[in-house]
Write a protein that binds this ligand. Sequence first.
Ligand code: ZN
Ligand code: ZN
Length: 335
Amino acid sequence: MRAAFYQGSRTFTTGEAPQPTPGPDEALLRVRRVGICGTDLHIFQGHLDHRVPKGGVIGHETFGEVVEAPTGSGFSSGSRVVVEPVVSCGACRACGMGASYLCYQLKVLGVDLPGGMQEYWAVATKRLLRVPDTVSDDQAAVIEPLAVAVHDVARAQVKAGDSVLVFGGGPIGALIALVARHRGARVAVVEVNPFRLEILKTFGLERVGPDTDVVGWANQWTGSTGVDVAFEVTGNPSAARTVADVVRVWGTVSIVAIHAEPVPVNLYQMFARELVMHGSRLYARRDWEEAIRLVASGAVPVTPLVSRRIPLEALQQGMEEALGGGPVMKVLVEV
Ligand SMILES: [Zn+2]
Ligand SMILES: [Zn+2]
């Protein structure tokens, strides 16, 4: 079978690998779609070389079809499934608190362990969730980032009537905006990329473009009080510097982006308005179940986010283009 291998900084190759043999608690999947996301771009640039082995198979946003599964597992040949790519120890403090996705020994499939960028993949059946037939293959591949967004919006306790400002209109930022709007919030997205601004427009989302003073805009939008919740989803230090300035008294700042380096934040504003700041990472099982419901019911329209499908062989090129910051939203690898 074919698979894509990470060969060290900025290099992927495609080659042959032996077809995996599933263990007693595993199903064999035929992989159909794998999303490329910001984490994969960090891997591509060598930022996660301490976690991703040379020759490793990445891909944590996987949709596939079951080829074979153990009897009694609830899955059988032809089942359409997505993979919850987290492996936790079940015994540490985080696991005991119900935060197994933050396990102190957490392993992520497609980062620390082999992922979906291969034709066939053996996965523990307890990591699988069934996808309804009404959900298309492309939509199914966006369930993983949607589960992230569902988690982020829940953790920030976004309520109906809230004003929500999302810094960053890439796939995760757009999905946070769509989920928050579905919860009844008034939502705007700060974005600089014209291609992404155009897609946000097709969703009918309020947009704040590159030539706008964001703090001034937020004050005007909220009668000079500030927004209830601001999400930092850009990973850009200038957004981190601004994010606390747009939030109302007792409001919430949610850090979703990966900031690899420490960056300045306006702690005076944190103090003066008694803001709450929290991080938001990954998801729990209930977030996946909610994401599947939101896609299946059409409550969150994900299809316009898929800007392109590429073959496994084009992974290298796809990564380079995504890094270039060009006209790209979600890129899916069609395996
Ligand atoms: Zn991802
Ligand atoms: Zn644990």
